[in-house]
Design a protein around this ligand. Structure first.
Ligand code: HEM
Length: 435
């Protein structure tokens, strides 16, 4: 078989079209219309992009497709300074031998086996955010006033931080997020660097100062009283194990050489991973459900479809359409040579609209028969926060369904955020009527 090299591959120029952020469907259609493995050159000249479901499902397990090559990226992933340090401590950017132990340590406190106290915390945060919106009345923003509040308050509690940390974590996370663009201005990199440093320092100094965090080793990780879930606790015991404590004990107990040893930096990196992705994911789920009145009516009639609705919305509208992996050895896949050192943008959003796998792939259908969606990647590098993201998204949706008689969506022109890999709805203005 003749092996095609990267330079021979067609360019997916649709990715650079300004329509992409609003509705990527046309670009995915163009990609899926091409024969072959769905591998293209990036129009930015920044490596390759994989779009076909089959290709992503195969390559995600490939042992030579590890962490992205940061220095080869044009965006902030290659930045120096505090941001680079933070990235180096995240499983996202690690290869073996560090990746596996750090990835397991990240996943463990968010895994289904430990998520019971997380459910309690998230439900409490959702109920409280909804109460606050109803008290205020008028037009609310379900992204800013609801999902964002749920997610940031979750992290405050998970890290055992005082209440004032919530807006700080959210701001830092928002300042780092532009690093998911394809290219950054020096100003964006500087802002992100400052945010990375602030977040890390704050987490290191203040973690564990308030309450019993969920998932801790205190009995059941239960709240120690007060309203710490909402991030409003004024004090309490610091007896529970925070997410950062968990990392410290994993790093101290393990007999691993050359592992990153700063638990605060890893905890801050994962907090960044966790805030905008989960808030963006939950916002996309809520907006997608509400903007399809027939599907919303199905949910109202049968709230047990919440999980199916969440799954289908994340398939169709994931909060970022792709994330990078990097080849650290040459890879030959289906007649294409991916050279060592190449970055490959794994376009999970495109794979999830592949007509070879999904019938009517661009249609939102919460009763779609289960097919293999790839919104969280797969293989050893599968998203470690997927259960947490699922809990946050489903609980946010369920609480709205349980407590509201109706939601009037007031979005004229949806603001899908981006550009770059992010595609999360930035604002969901709505008027709420309680039951
Ligand atoms: C709806 C929300 C989310 C989506 C769609 C999402 C999606 C993804 C995807 C596609 C990957 C790459 C997987 C691969 O390359 O195979 C990933 C990796 C990762 N995600 Fe998420 N994610 C979400 C939420 C979260 C949250 C809430 C956290 C943290 C608490 C998180 C932490 C991570 C980490 C640490 C990795 C790197 C895993 C590794 O390389 O081992 N994610 N995520």
């Amino acid at each position: 078989m003749t092996v095609q090299v990267a330079q021979d591959l067609p360019t997916l120029s649709e990715l650079a079209d300004e329509r992409f952020a609003r509705d990527p469907g046309f670009a995915y259609r163009a990609a899926h219309a091409q024969p072959g493995p769905g591998l293209f050159q990036m129009p930015t000249g920044d490596g390759l992009i994989a779009t076909a479901h089959r290709t992503l499902a195969d390559l995600m397990h490939h042992p030579a497709l590890g962490a992205q090559h940061r220095r080869k990226r044009r965006s902030g992933a290659g930045a120096k300074g505090a941001l680079a340090r933070m990235d180096s401590y995240s499983p996202f950017f690690m290869n073996e031998p560090a990746h596996t132990p750090i990835a397991i340590a990240t996943y463990r406190p968010m895994s289904p086996a430990r998520n019971h106290p997380l459910i309690e915390t998230i439900t409490h945060a959702a109920e409280k955010a909804l109460d606050d919106m109803l008290d205020r009345g008028g037009v609310v923003d379900l992204r800013r006033d609801y999902v964002q509040v749920i997610v940031r308050n979750f992290w405050v509690r998970f890290l055992g931080l005082p209440a004032e940390a919530a807006p700080l974590l959210e701001k830092c996370s928002a300042d780092i997020l532009p690093m998911l663009k394809f290219e950054n201005t020096p100003g964006e990199v500087e802002t992100a660097n400052r945010a990375a440093q602030t977040m890390r320092d704050y987490v290191e100094v203040h973690h564990g100062t308030v309450g019993d965090p969920p998932g801790g080793d205190s009995p059941g990780g239960e709240s120690s009283g007060g309203d710490s879930t909402g991030g409003e606790s004024a004090g309490g015991d610091s007896t529970g194990e925070t997410f950062l404590d968990h990392f410290e004990s994993v790093l101290a107990d393990g007999d691993w050489k050359d592992l990153p040893r700063n638990a605060a930096t890893t905890a801050a990196a994962i907090t960044f991973d966790g805030i905008d992705s989960a808030a963006g994911g939950a916002a996309n789920v809520i907006y997608t459900c509400l903007s399809h009145p027939d599907q919303w009516a199905l949910l109202v009639e049968n709230p047990r479809l919440v999980h199916d609705a969440w799954r289908e919305a994340i398939r169709l509208e994931p909060p970022f359409f792709g994330l990078h992996r990097g080849a650290y050895k040459d890879i030959d896949y289906d007649g294409v040579r991916i050279d060592a050192g190449t970055n490959l943008l794994m376009a999970w959003g495109a794979a999830n609209r592949d007509p070879r796998v999904f019938e009517n792939p661009h249609v939102f259908d919460i009763r779609r028969q289960k097919r293999r969606t790839l919104g969280f990647g797969g293989g050893p590098r599968i998203c470690k926060g997927r259960h947490l993201a699922m809990l946050e998204g489903e609980i946010a949706l369920r609480v709205l369904l349980e407590r509201l008689a109706s939601i009037e969506l007031l979005v004229d022109e949806p603001d899908w955020g981006g550009p770059g890999m992010v595609r999360a709805i930035r604002s969901i203005p709505a008027r709420l009527s309680p039951k």
